[in-house]
Design a protein around this ligand. Structure first.
Ligand SMILES: Cc1cc2nc3c(=O)[nH]c(=O)nc-3n(C[C@H](O)[C@H](O)[C@H](O)COP(=O)(O)OP(=O)(O)OC[C@H]3O[C@@H](n4cnc5c(N)ncnc54)[C@H](O)[C@@H]3O)c2cc1C
Length: 137
């Protein structure tokens, strides 16, 4: 990250899912004031498994491990009664998306990012970390 930022520079991240929360966490750790805007009503992602490469764990470390459900070491392809097996040099990962997003959101909150959502009844609500001057809300 470049070091030519102005003090107290505020950054808006649009979308409080995996990419948004990870971005918010990195920016907040770098000392920027970060607000995440999520339009889905609330930060409560539905459970859904994703298949991703091992790179996810290399980047996210423990956060990635906490969402790990299983590993895929080979694929088996079936056609015309024949079977071909493709072994993966590095296993792909089956991860639980809801756990991943919650863990990333917790990391972003600890780093000081705030997030806003529209709430179930359309009211805008503040969640998360530090206020504009660094103190807890
Ligand atoms: C059925 C299905 C299966 C999938 N399986 C895989 C898989 O196995 N492996 C894989 O790598 N990927 C898979 N994907 C893709 C997967 O969803 C993405 O890789 C991952 O969720 C992308 O995360 P993201 O944070 O970039 O975006 P998203 O998870 O899409 O999050 C975007 C967020 O931005 C919010 N948002 C959007 N617009 C606005 C706005 N204007 N204002 C405020 N908030 C806004 C949305 O509400 C949402 O919370 C799958 C997708 C689907 C639909």
């Amino acid at each position: 990250m470049r070091n030519d930022r102005r003090p107290n520079q505020e950054v808006a991240v649009i979308g409080g899912s995996a990419a948004g929360m990870f971005t918010a966490c990195l920016l907040a750790r770098a000392g920027l004031r970060v607000r995440v805007f999520e339009g889905a009503g609330e930060l409560d992602p539905r459970p859904r498994t994703l298949i991703v490469t091992r790179r996810l764990q290399e980047i996210l470390g423990e956060v990635g491990r906490s969402a790990l459900v299983n590993e895929i070491r080979r694929f088996e392809l079936f056609t015309d009664g024949r079977v071909a097996t493709v072994a993966l040099r590095k296993p792909d990962l089956v991860i639980e998306r809801a756990k991943l997003i919650r863990a990333l959101a917790e990391g972003a909150r600890k780093a000081g990012a705030d997030w806003l959502d529209d709430g179930a009844n359309g009211r805008r609500q503040d969640r998360g970390g530090r206020g504009p001057n660094g103190g807890r809300r």
